[in-house]
Design a protein around this ligand. Structure first.
Ligand code: FES
Length: 89
């Protein structure tokens, strides 16, 4: 098995499945990605869009790994706050 030599310390998985997308998931994804870039965190944090995570009623969903935190009904402010919080560590 091979591993990336530069794996990020933190990965934010943003659900962009159809329900979450309607609730703003894709916008959150773009905003979080932009914030990571803006704060020069690309080597440390990564934002990845996923398909449906089977929690549609609580969308939009963001999972933070490796903390295994599943955030529900994430707003724009919460999404940006997550990146800010991470950048202070
Ligand atoms: S579409 Fe996001 S949990 Fe189903």
């Amino acid at each position: 098995m091979k591993h990336f030599s530069r794996s990020p310390e933190c990965v934010f998985y943003v659900c962009c499945g159809s329900k979450c997308k309607k609730l703003g998931g894709k916008h959150l994804y773009k905003q979080m990605k932009g914030e990571v870039k803006h704060r020069h965190l690309k080597r440390h944090a990564q934002v990845i869009k996923t398909g449906c995570t089977d929690r549609c009623k609580m969308g939009p969903i963001v999972a933070v790994m490796p903390r295994n935190e599943w955030l529900l009904q994430v707003t724009e402010e919460m999404a940006v706050g997550l990146i800010h919080e991470y950048s202070k560590k």
